[in-house]
Design a protein around this ligand. Structure first.
Ligand code: FAD
Length: 419
């Protein structure tokens, strides 16, 4: 008989894992402290991005990051604090920002995102799903010559990797976006990217999983583990109830490292907080998902709506909306789209999400070496929505003992702790 797997965490990674595990015949129970309406996997920009083949830790990022630290409206911020885990994360991040790491990561990230896009397409073709999957590509718009150079270098790397890419001047951009004026120098277009309405995908995955017989324990937090030697025997819930464990898969996003600490597993992971807000059926909007590259703001048409998101703050799970950084997202819109106004959303209408960020920009996916019935899938940073389904598929291969379909060496859980 196949194993019973308890999945902790129902973001895109946990739900996708549950999907492919139940499909493979495992008995699955998923536990989440929420109800799938407001996780990091719902309010994000919904971009499915084979074009994002460069890991966050790459040469030049440190210098740029230091400059941004002194600008209260910049898209990146580390809240200064005395914290050993943050110091270790930053040191490892610094060490990963080199060309050799980028060259090794690029084909893996591209292949992983491309595979995931195919899996999204399969979901989209299933009549039980309708989550506004569209293949309109991704535009990287720039206003300055300095940024142009950076984007063109990226386009060259993309070509070498076999990624479809086009460099467009302002006139050519107008053909792609005839309904909205652009004030830019040019743009790089990745026609192979896609996008979805993530809130719909998460809700539909949840409902379909229930119909497939997956058990859910919702609005309930896992607060402790009972383990002996190398095996977790049970988990304790916030209700006080204890659940016996056969196999456990931890997909807790940014909360994963604090959970794993309880079973003696150390993991370098920081929460990359970001904001988004969604305009319902606006009169004016771009057709194609776009990144305003100087401001690092993502704009995605989703169904009839338009979602705008950005900033990455390593803030120690702070729940506060930083007004200045939110204003900076909003103010970037009319700089690129002169017809758009900079109307700020109400703070209570601003969504907050926490990207689970590893110091080398590669996820953690695999089985623990110290706890034999525990596996982990997290750390997808800025690309978790994009890589969610492929991660779920990889997890199912891991439990089935087949494959894996792609090289997982760089996803090793213990790569920084050297177990
Ligand atoms: C502004 C913004 C824009 C983004 N845009 C994109 C994009 O366009 N494309 C893209 O690919 N990615 C994007 N991302 C990143 C993406 O959203 C994340 O990488 C992804 O959602 C992470 O998914 P996850 O399943 O690992 O974690 P989460 O979605 O955070 O899910 C983890 C779940 O675990 C649960 N949990 C944690 N601890 C416990 C516990 N102890 N007990 C019970 N439950 C627990 C939480 O409640 C949560 O539901 C964006 C992120 C932000 C912030």
């Amino acid at each position: 008989m196949k194993k019973h797997i308890h999945v902790i965490g129902g973001g895109v990674v946990g739900l996708s894992s549950a999907w492919y595990l139940q499909e493979a015949g495992f008995h699955v129970t998923l536990i989440d402290r929420g109800n799938f309406e407001d996780s990091t996997s719902t309010g994000n920009a919904g971009m499915i991005v084979p074009s994002h083949f460069i890991p966050m830790s790459s040469p030049g990022v440190i210098q740029q990051g230091i400059k941004w630290m002194f600008d209260s409206k910049s898209p990146f911020y580390v809240k200064p604090r005395l914290n050993l885990e943050l110091a270790q994360w930053l040191w490892t991040f610094y060490r990963s920002c080199n060309n050799e790491h980028v060259v090794k990561s690029m084909p893996i990230l591209y292949q992983f995102n491309e595979w995931s896009k195919q899996l999204y397409q399969n979901f989209a073709q299933d009549s039980k799903f309708d989550f506004c999957f569209e293949k309109k590509g991704l535009l990287m718009l720039y206003k300055t010559a300095h940024q142009e150079q950076e984007e063109l270098e990226m386009a060259e790397k993309a070509k070498k990797l076999g990624v479809d890419v086009e460099t467009l001047d302002a006139k050519e951009l107008k053909k792609l976006e005839p309904e909205i004026d652009l004030d830019v120098l040019g743009g790089v277009y990745f026609p192979g990217d896609a996008h979805i309405y993530p809130n719909l995908f998460i809700q539909q995955l949840y409902h379909n999983l229930r119909d497939q017989g997956v058990q859910f324990i919702t609005n309930m937090e896992v607060v402790d583990f009972e383990y002996t030697g190398s095996k977790v025997n049970s988990v304790q819930l916030s209700s006080g109830k204890s659940i016996t464990i056969d196999e456990i898969l931890v997909t807790g996003g940014s909360w994963t490292s604090s959970l794993l600490k309880q079973v003696g597993i150390k993991m370098l992971l920081q929460d990359g907080k970001g904001y988004s807000y969604t305009l319902q059926n606006p009169l004016l909007r771009p057709r194609i998902p776009t990144i305003l590259t100087e401001s690092k703001v993502a704009i995605t048409p989703m169904g009839e709506d338009l979602r705008i998101g950005g900033t990455l703050e390593l803030g120690g799970m702070s729940k506060k909306v930083n007004k200045k950084r939110l204003s900076s997202i909003v103010e970037s819109l009319p700089k690129y789209y002169p017809q758009m106004d900079a109307k700020e959303p109400r703070i209570d209408k601003t969504w907050i999400g926490y990207r689970p960020c590893t110091p080398d920009g590669m996820p953690y996916i695999g089985r623990s070496k110290s706890i034999t019935n525990l596996s982990v899938a997290t750390g997808h940073g800025m690309m978790g929505m994009s890589m969610g389904p492929a991660t779920g598929k990889l997890v199912s291969e891991l439990y089935l003992g087949i494959g894996p379909s792609i090289d997982t060496t760089m996803f090793d859980l213990d790569r920084f702790t050297g177990r």
